[in-house]
Write a protein that binds this ligand. Structure first.
Ligand SMILES: Nc1nc2c(ncn2[C@@H]2O[C@H](COP(=O)(O)OP(=O)(O)OP(=O)(O)O)[C@@H](O)[C@H]2O)c(=O)[nH]1
Length: 309
């Protein structure tokens, strides 16, 4: 097989800057979950994009942030790890309606961490579609280029799919020459049951907005493909009784909507009809204990102690 540019690319940035939207736009498929809530992403998602002359293996890192809970510490750890392992980092930041020509405190501290990682970093300034004052973007670019020695600086809109080819081009320039890591038609290495749980979690975050925060975990209890129509059963663990009430809604209306929207996404990805059943269970403080995190699949048996810092 002839050699092309191949390597891993970590998407790093504060919560809510649009990393998952960017990943989905680059892949042309919605794998990562997107919501208005910060810190939607909890796991690293491996998405693979294969083009004629390059294969990009993307890691979608959870937004790095000050750790308040064990789950937070876990996310920080994953993000740093991803940056260390990657051939190239795409550092995503975003601008508002009126772009501010300074590097925020959060971004500055993340960039400090990246200096240590010593990998090429491409800056993607996202959400430029929101900026009414486009001129102000130049000052933003200048501020960032003073703060860090970026391999390239690219203004983008993940939502409107602007600037994405430029990002890929700049990333490709720093990927090593190698043979394909994955078959050309691979989209993700994540098992379908993981994606199904993520799709349900996405719909929960969308349906409940601020009322049910991040104390929610989705676990697949049964994934049975033996029949004509696959049967998937999931438990939704919430922190307290009040959250269960909100999630279920009047006569089950909210849960029904979550289930049917998630099912539609699963069916579209699997290309076939599925049965999907959801149960809501109250499991207080699951995210504050190693055991809880382990049971929900956020940490493995061996790394529990490492992340209890
Ligand atoms: N206007 C605009 N909104 C965007 C753009 N990209 C993402 N968004 C929105 O920003 C919000 C956060 O997007 P996500 O992709 O979930 O952000 P994230 O960085 O993955 O967030 P975490 O999972 O918290 O790390 C969503 O409401 C997106 O629709 C963009 O280019 N323009």
């Amino acid at each position: 097989m002839s050699k092309i540019r191949v390597g891993t690319v970590a998407l790093v940035g504060r919560p809510n800057v649009g990393k998952s939207t960017l990943l989905n736009a680059l892949l042309g498929e919605r794998i990562a979950i997107v919501s208005h809530h910060p810190q939607t992403t909890r796991d690293r998602i491996l998405g693979v994009l294969t083009q004629k002359d390059a294969q990009y293996v993307f890691i979608d890192t959870p937004g790095m942030h000050a750790a308040k809970t064990k789950l937070g510490a876990r996310m920080n750890h994953e993000a740093r790890q991803a940056a260390r392992e990657a051939n190239v980092v795409v550092f995503v930041t975003s601008v508002g309606v009126e772009p501010v020509p300074t590097v925020g405190r959060f971004d500055a501290s993340l960039l400090e961490q990246l200096k240590v990682a010593n990998v090429p970093v491409v800056l993607a300034i996202n959400k430029i579609d929101r900026a009414t004052n486009k001129e102000a973007l130049f000052a933003v670019l200048e501020a960032y280029s003073k703060a860090f020695d970026f391999a390239a600086l690219v203004p983008i809109s993940a939502k409107k799919q602007n600037g994405l080819d430029r990002v890929l081009l700049e990333v490709k320039a720093h990927l090593p020459e190698d043979e394909l890591l994955y078959e050309a038609d691979t989209l993700t290495d994540r098992p379908m049951r993981f994606l199904v749980a993520e799709f349900v979690r996405e719909q929960i975050l969308r349906a409940t907005r601020e009322e049910v925060p991040h104390g929610v975990a989705v676990v697949v209890d049964r994934f049975d493909e033996s029949g004509k129509i696959p049967k998937i059963e999931l438990s939704v663990h919430v922190d307290r009784e009040g959250h269960k009430k909100i999630l279920v809604g009047k006569q089950g209306s909210v849960l029904k909507e979550i289930g049917s929207k998630a099912r539609a996404r699963v069916e579209s990805l699997m290309g076939r009809q599925v049965h999907l059943a959801l149960w809501v269970r109250v499991t207080p403080n699951w995210y504050e204990s190693d055991r809880g995190l382990m049971e929900m699949g956020y940490i493995g048996e061996t790394d529990g102690s490492k992340d209890s810092r």
